[in-house]
Design a protein around this ligand. Sequence first.
Ligand SMILES: [Fe+2]
Ligand SMILES: [Fe+2]
Length: 434
Amino acid sequence: MNDEIKVPYISKEELSQGESIFNRTVSELGEKQSIVAEEDIYSETGIKLVSSGTKIKNKIWEKIVNHKLIKPITESVSIENCLTINDIVSQAKSIIQNELFFVRLARSIDDPKYLLNKLKEINLPKPILNRLTVVRDARPRLYSHLLRTSIISAYFSFFHNLEPLKSDQLICASITHDMGEMHTDPKILEPNHIVTAEERRFIHVHPATGYFMLQNFPDLKGECAVAVLQHHERLDGSGYPSGLKGNEISILGQILSVAEVADALTWKFTSLKEIKVALNLNRKRFNTLFVDCLLQCVMEKEDNNKKNTKIKEKELKKRLSLISSVYDSTIKVSSYSENKEPLKSLNNRLKMFRYFLVEFGFDPNDHELLYEMNKDEPESIEAITLMVREFLWQNRDLLLFIESNKNHIEENLDEDGKKAISKLRTDLQKNLAT
Ligand SMILES: [Fe+2]
Ligand SMILES: [Fe+2]
């Protein structure tokens, strides 16, 4: 790993805009539960904004909205029913006992109490517990993701035999890794919202926001903060915020990225076999040591009926190659249409289309590898077949959109752009005809 940590630049305005979003959430929460200033709260320029003992509510937010506070609000307040480490442990216990993925994780360890003990050992400063309380009460799903990621990380600390200090850092990083998201406008994060390029910048900033947040705490500002900063970096350089590659990413950052993606998959897919396929498809982007370790412990041994799957595989190989051509054609069209306002809906469609494939782990340049890696696993083949079927729906949809808006699209493209859209139409039609 490089000794020098690359931290992306965030402007002062961006930082205070994010802080203001978070302070608004705190004030809104103060309308439902008691949040009290434990000390006077000052602006960075020395103006006293709130007196000790004041309840933080919406009207307080109006007072502080235009100021940058001298320190984060979570360092100056006490919150009713503030989260404790014991709460974290008992919530983790319920997850480990009730959710299949986590039941299997816990079962694969000889010492059944290991995972919970690892969580019990961490030491989080009060302002961080305050922040986590705000996450728990304002964004319960995000809180659950942090908790579940921490359980998977505790499992990795067992598997990798991490020394206690490192394992503490890893688990603290896991439970705080997305706290920076609380500084992002919640509207952008709504599931059906199509994120614009400008908004994507706000999302991509959350690892760095989390990193800066942890700099106030001597025990967390080292490896823990770096792992938070790197949790969306990927080994092949395709991640963010810095596009680091391979060993440029710290080992804790590598572990955390597998843990958090594994949990994200448990939200997305209902069956373990789908999780397994998605992990397999993404393995190039992660430390395979940890991916394989998860796959082994989470999945049960399967019977292989290779004879039956061979036929499917042949079709699949051809199908994956067609999908890859369509993918390339959409990129080509985008290169001509991207900055044209009248073609905004087309651009969004193309982006969503590619997003679906990439999310599933499809790599257009390496579709043969996808086939090779899964050919002996009937369940994987079955799940990829499901993806292909879903893809065909999207294929049909996109073709329909292009056909119905053909004139409008062509009017806004030059000759090369027209050729690109015509090639895309042919590829989409070919895919449906096969
Ligand atoms: Fe994240
Ligand atoms: Fe996350």
